[in-house]
Design a protein around this ligand. Structure first.
Ligand code: SAM
Length: 243
């Protein structure tokens, strides 16, 4: 199948926004795993005086993880989808959380400017047309030696993990999503994970954009081998232009 991209993907997320939190609630450990990835940003609790960017915030599930781990931090939560924005802003938030609708490819145009003390991108990079360009943009937004955490469905490369992912999608995710009218988006989810970088390949991609101390950290439980947090530090060296 052809993967969804750009405007088509945003339209699919607009529609799926109504059921997104229901599907998240049915995914064991999703919130806890996001909090784990937020902690892997390595910032001191409670985050007083720190600026954090949540890139691809969806309905705000990842924003909530950041707000819980860093209750005093200033959070900018960005997403391209209007439907996701509507769901996110309908929730109660503490002060210091700002929502912006913008594509990750044009953050400056929307007034999202650095330096940030951390960037969390949860389930975003698989979906962008040019992940290298977005990684370079994130590199430019981060303060020196501050971290990016990419919480992502990135397979280990082991055939067993790929088979489990396909079985879960075919047996559970796709039937439920189709019943909710969002089969197209979740078929995209299934295939985009299979076709995207493995965790090791993604760490190479991140390193090539000027990050150091890049590590793919497994997430425990049923997600092992399927979901990772890739953490990376903005190094002094500028991003290389090629791969
Ligand atoms: C799977 S959701 C993840 C939401 C949230 N981070 C979470 O973990 O629940 C992916 C989100 O990324 C957004 N997205 C995809 N491509 C994007 C892009 N190029 N720029 C900005 N947002 C994008 C979608 O609109 C969607 O809300």
């Amino acid at each position: 199948m052809t993967l969804l991209r750009d405007a088509d993907l945003s339209t699919a997320f607009d529609h799926a926004a109504h059921s997104y939190d229901t599907l998240v609630a049915a995914t064991p450990g999703y919130h806890a795993q996001l909090r784990r990835s937020a902690r892997r940003l390595g910032l001191p609790h409670p985050g007083t005086g720190l600026r954090v960017l949540d890139l691809g915030r969806g309905t705000g599930v990842s924003t909530a993880a950041l707000a819980r781990v860093l209750p005093d931090a200033e959070i900018t939560a960005v997403d391209a989808s209007a439907g996701m924005l509507e769901r996110a802003t309908a929730k109660p938030w503490r002060g210091g959380v700002r929502f912006v609708r913008a594509p990750a490819e044009a953050l400056a145009d929307a007034g999202v400017t650095g330096p940030y003390d951390a960037v969390l991108a949860a389930c975003l990079f698989r979906d962008v047309t040019d992940p290298d360009a977005v990684l370079s943009a994130v590199h430019a937004l981060l303060a020196l030696h501050r971290r990016l955490a990419v919480h992502e469905y990135t397979l280990s490369g082991h055939p067993a993990h790929r088979a489990v992912w396909t079985a879960v999608c075919r047996g559970l995710v796709l039937p439920v999503a189709s019943a909710l009218g969002d089969g197209g988006l979740y078929r995209h989810l299934w295939r985009s994970v299979v076709e995207f970088d493995t965790a090791d390949r993604f760490t190479e991609r991140v390193r090539a954009r000027g990050f150091d101390r890049v590590r793919a950290l497994p997430l425990p439980g049923r997600q092992t081998g399927i979901t990772h947090t890739v953490v990376a530090r903005r190094a002094e060296a500028p991003a290389r232009s090629g791969r």
